[in-house]
Design a protein around this ligand. Structure first.
Ligand SMILES: *Cc1c(COP(=O)(O)O)cnc(C)c1O
Length: 399
């Protein structure tokens, strides 16, 4: 079995996502095999010793590495242009591991304040508990990143586009500031997907995903992945990952491998539909505001043109009439379902103020642009005409 299958080719993304990283067993199976095993047996005591010493390649225990999970990691590396990766049980396991493995008590972390709720909790609440200092900044303002820097700053953390208001941060500019002080930049790239934005090419050092979202794309399994250069992973993540156990299950890795095969088709279609829905909502009399990274009226349209290849599968809009207007709309929808998930084949709406961002103070929500009428829509694979008709009939019920 060739464990580095495919890592040195330069094929187009769609091809890599079907073939990249595949390791076939002696049976020559077409579809990637699901190695649902905890451990591996050795031919001799000497072979076990050699494998533990790292003198002989091979798997030891699925908390460290597993063939199906390895195939998924390799395919993600090819997609991202990363040297190495570790797959995790969830997106939050990926974020937590990426942040905690590389800093310690006395270090300082700067993060953009517009973060996925649990990511913000890790930065604001968990890290300080272990003596890691943290500062939250408005990630769109480069002077705030610069001003937050201290002599002990080791890490910058951001997501772009952000959840739920689809704010866009200039990754290359943040990386420049980090590089000038020898800090590392970790980017949560979930909303952009690996197809629309390449943080490593923009100067970031580590990329994390919740593969629960577009990578699975069909609402089945939780997962996450951390990608970086081999040196960073060997030095920071390798031991942390082995000994704290955030590893992805082989079954979930197998599901994610199947998800990757159709990722480009799904993201393309969902982005196209999201663009149409955003255009329609922008002209709707019951809608006060639309934020969509594919539109010219997006506040950071110039940065988007530089750093993203396409728009987004998500649309953020504000219904007139505040919370009542937003709830009336959600409750009247017939095809689009209410759920806090995203990136699914099924279109989903969420009301951030009362769900995903309910733990923030009113001021913190206002700072992020999350208003009582704000709705986040994750556009799925349904026909865009049906989605627009569904939104129209629901918005009609708003007083
Ligand atoms: C969903 C999400 C996460 C967390 O991922 P889980 O798989 O739910 O643990 C982290 N960051 C962003 C931007 C997300 O959308």
């Amino acid at each position: 079995m060739n464990m580095d299958a495919g890592t040195k080719r330069t094929l187009k993304p769609a091809t890599e996502l079907v073939h990249g990283g595949t390791m076939r067993s002696s049976f020559g199976e077409t579809s990637e095999a699901l190695y649902l095993t905890q451990g591996f047996v050795y031919d001799s005591a000497e072979a076990a010793e050699a494998r533990f010493k790292g003198e002989e390649p091979g798997f030891i225990y699925s908390r460290y590495a597993n063939p199906t999970v390895h195939m998924f990691e390799q395919r993600m590396c090819l997609m991202e242009g990363a040297e190495d990766a570790r797959a995790t049980a969830s997106g939050m396991a990926a974020v937590t591991a990426a942040l905690l493995c590389s800093v310690g008590a006395g270090d300082h972390v700067v993060a953009a304040r517009a973060l996925f709720g649990s990511c913000r909790w890790v930065v604001e609440t968990l890290m300080p508990k272990y003596g890691i200092e943290t500062t939250l900044v408005d990630g769109t303002k480069m002077e705030q990143w610069q001003a937050a820097v201290r002599p002990n700053t080791k890490l910058f953390f951001l997501e772009s586009p952000t959840n739920p208001t689809l704010e866009v941060i200039d990754i290359a500019a943040v990386a420049d500031i980090a590089n000038s002080i020898g800090a590392r930049v970790v980017v949560d790239n979930v909303f952009a997907t690996p197809l629309q934005q390449k943080p490593l090419e923009l100067g970031a050092h580590v990329v994390v995903y919740s593969t629960t979202k577009h990578v699975d794309g069909q609402g089945r399994c939780l997962g996450g992945v951390i990608l970086s250069d081999k040196e960073w992973i060997d030095k920071n993540l390798h031991d942390y990952y082995r000994h704290t156990g955030p590893s992805m299950s082989p079954f979930n890795a197998w599901t994610m491998l199947k998800g990757l095969e159709t990722l480009p088709l799904r993201v393309k279609q969902q982005t196209e539909s999201a663009g149409r829905v955003a255009g329609h909502l922008a002209c709707h009399p019951k809608v006060a505001k639309v934020i969509y990274p594919g539109r010219n009226d997006h506040p950071q349209a110039d940065i988007i043109a530089r750093q993203m290849k396409g728009g987004s599968t998500l649309v953020c809009f504000e219904v007139k009439g505040g919370k009542k207007g937003a709830f009336t709309t959600q409750n009247a929808l017939e095809i689009i379902r209410i759920s806090n998930n995203l990136g699914d084949a099924k279109s989903l709406v969420t009301h951030p103020a009362t769900t995903t961002h309910k733990n923030l103070t009113d001021e913190a929500r206002a700072e992020l642009g999350i208003n009582p009428g704000t709705i986040r829509l994750s556009v799925g694979l349904e026909d865009a005409d049906d989605l627009i008709a569904d939104l129209d009939q629901a918005l009609e019920k708003v007083a």
